[in-house]
Design a protein around this ligand. Structure first.
Ligand code: NDP
Length: 249
């Protein structure tokens, strides 16, 4: 079911996106991986992964990037809005520029990516959209109001789309990972330890405490859920926000 399909994974050159791209390619998909850094994408490309530079904060870049991917590999049938930034800042320290940066990257980027993929997906007559939100899309993450709002917004978008296209061979779901072992977590460990004036070891421990299994999620665990949502047997899963977070919230 995944074999021969064209998938677009934003932020597909690193971390969770790269794990998803590799998992889809291993099932025979042609996968367009996007991001701003050409060198990162080129290093990841090959074995079914194709690099496309695209900045999700720039509507024209998303439109042109998806159009180029469709021209090269046909209609998008699997769309994974994954590109995102995760930085915490208390609201009283949040200026409009920071707020817009987080919202534009995480929410506008998902909106533009899905919209631009959807027309070719509808032509193809089959489609799967799996947005990478966060557990911060389902509950308030302390010290990160902009991030939390952007990730809640992604889930609202997915739920609304699942209603709009109900009855068609398209599904829209979100995955909500807890702390996952990627560069985002490494960067956050450094910034939390600076802001809270604690050691990096204690900052990591804080993240582990947020997971009842007391470990970081592996990016491949998120990828496995994407494979399930894009493969056979999940046609009736639609409009869901699925936690991969080591227990109940
Ligand atoms: P990474 O930092 O490895 O991935 C982020 C990706 O997004 C990079 O490939 C980056 O590529 C891309 N990106 C960022 N800004 C832009 C932009 N303006 N235009 C295009 N691409 C952009 O971290 P993760 O893999 O952890 O993060 C992936 C997603 O998972 C994010 O949405 C994050 O919020 C979410 N998530 C992560 C969790 C974690 O603990 N790691 C937990 C829950 C959710 P480039 O810089 O080259 O543009």
């Amino acid at each position: 079911m995944i074999e021969g399909k064209h998938a677009v994974v934003t932020g597909g050159g690193t971390g969770i996106g790269l794990a998803i791209a590799r998992a889809l390619a291993a099932q025979g998909a042609a996968v367009t991986i996007t991001g701003r850094r050409a060198e990162v994408l080129e290093a990841a490309a090959g074995g079914g992964l194709h690099a496309q530079v695209m900045d999700v904060t720039d509507e024209a870049s998303v439109r042109d990037g998806i159009a180029a991917a469709v021209a090269a590999r046909g209609p998008v049938q699997i769309c994974i809005p994954n590109a995102g930034v995760a930085e915490g800042r208390a609201l009283h320290k949040t200026d409009t520029e920071f707020w817009r940066w987080v919202m534009t990257t995480n929410l506008d980027g998902a909106f533009w990516t899905i919209r631009e993929s959807l027309s070719s997906m509808r032509e193809a007559g089959w489609g799967r959209v799996v947005a990478i939100s966060s557990i911060a899309g389902l509950r308030g993450l302390k010290g990160a109001p902009a991030y939390t709002a952007s990730k809640h917004g992604m889930i609202g978008l997915i739920r609304s789309l699942s209603e709009d296209y109900i009855g068609q061979p398209l599904t829209f779901n979100a995955i909500c990972p807890g702390y996952t072992d990627t560069e985002i977590v490494s960067r956050n460990i450094a910034s939390i330890s600076q802001r809270a004036k604690i050691t990096e070891e204690n900052a990591l421990d804080m993240m582990l405490q947020a997971n009842r299994h007391r470990r970081l999620i592996a990016p491949e665990e998120v990828a496995a859920a994407v494979l399930w949502l894009c493969g056979p047997g999940s046609d009736s899963v639609n409009g869901q926000a699925i936690e991969i977070a080591g227990g109940q919230m």
